[in-house]
Ligand binder design. Structure first.
Ligand SMILES: *[C@@H]1O[C@H](CO)[C@@H](O)[C@H](O)[C@H]1NC(C)=O
Ligand SMILES: *[C@@H]1O[C@H](CO)[C@@H](O)[C@H](O)[C@H]1NC(C)=O
Ligand SMILES: *[C@@H]1O[C@H](CO)[C@@H](O)[C@H](O)[C@H]1NC(C)=O
Ligand SMILES: *[C@@H]1O[C@H](CO)[C@@H](O)[C@H](O)[C@H]1NC(C)=O
Ligand SMILES: *[C@@H]1O[C@H](CO)[C@@H](O)[C@H](O)[C@H]1NC(C)=O
Length: 229
């Protein structure tokens, strides 16, 4: 009997905390990758049993374990207050907007709501993982010999949406006539004129990668430098 009691207790707890009973939070996606400086909108819906009145609605990114402590409201955090906006309501919409995202925003975010009944409140776990990335040009070779080809890739730490269109710049001039695969710029049979500083960006976004210098070496020069070549 002494062994059975804790077991019953556990079962009870599980039942109370299971995500049924008409309570829950749904997010548009469980993880979002966004470019530094961009605006992120997290679509969100929530529900609860009838007879409840919603008191507080807010977003948090700190999971507080202690029962008596409330989760911190991001809109009251000076790092977020100017950039976070609750676009939802006190009924079923909990959509949130975060503008000008930065590397330090890479975090897990949860929607929290409380009701007029002290113990009836909800945290939308497992939340949404936000990953903020910048862009980097990666070259298949920094020194390329005339006549060879080179592939430049616009890299980000996490994968952006498939809909992203990449644009390329050479010495800050847009290479708008280029149509290349995905996030790559392929230069076939390069000449010395292809030497220069290359950078990339995503269409509709303000962020541009730092530039990568591409050095096209003349075949003749290379032979002179390396007589045994
Ligand atoms: C969020 O909702 C808006 C409006 O309903 C929609 O245009 C947008 O595509 C949604 N975003 C995601 C990530 O589902
Ligand atoms: C979340 O989505 C599921 C499946 O579409 C739906 O059954 C459930 O009612 C939704 N919950 C909320 C809180 O909107
Ligand atoms: C490329 O960038 C380097 C370093 O920023 C700069 O010194 C150089 O003048 C640039 N070259 C061109 C062609 O713009
Ligand atoms: C490089 O550019 C210059 C000036 O635009 C042009 O006169 C020359 O023919 C080009 N050379 C090659 C190998 O394309
Ligand atoms: C780009 O920057 C301008 C000026 O800072 C701003 O108004 C605009 O909303 C930004 N665009 C995006 C997609 O972040």
């Amino acid at each position: 009997m002494a062994l059975l009691l804790p077991l019953i207790f556990l079962l009870k707890i599980q039942r109370v905390y299971s995500a049924d009973n008409g309570w829950g939070v749904n997010y548009s996606s469980s993880s979002i990758c966004a470019l530094k400086g961009s605006t992120v909108i997290i679509n969100c819906t929530y529900k609860y049993s009838t007879g409840h009145q919603i008191m507080k609605v807010f977003w948090t990114n700190t999971y507080v374990k202690a029962d008596h402590e409330e989760f911190p409201d991001l809109s009251k955090d000076s790092k977020y207050s100017q950039r976070i906006q609750y676009l939802g309501d006190k009924h079923h919409d909990c959509t949130m907007r975060l503008t000008d995202v930065r590397q330090t925003d890479s975090h897990k975010y949860y929607f929290r709501f409380t009701t007029q009944i002290e113990k009836d409140k909800w945290l939308g776990r497992p939340g949404v993982t936000l990953d903020i990335t910048d862009l980097q040009v990666e070259s298949s070779g920094e020194r390329v010999i005339e006549g060879h080809s080179v592939t430049l890739t616009c890299k980000s730490r996490c994968s952006l949406t498939d809909r992203s269109t990449f644009i390329w710049f050479k010495n800050t001039q847009s290479l708008s006539e280029r149509t290349d695969r995905n996030n790559q710029l392929i230069l076939q049979s390069v000449t010395r004129n292809d030497s220069g500083n290359y950078s990339c960006a995503v269409q509709g976004q303000n962020l541009t990668s730092p530039h990568q210098y591409l050095n096209v070496i003349c075949k003749y020069k290379l032979n002179n430098l390396n007589p045994s070549f």
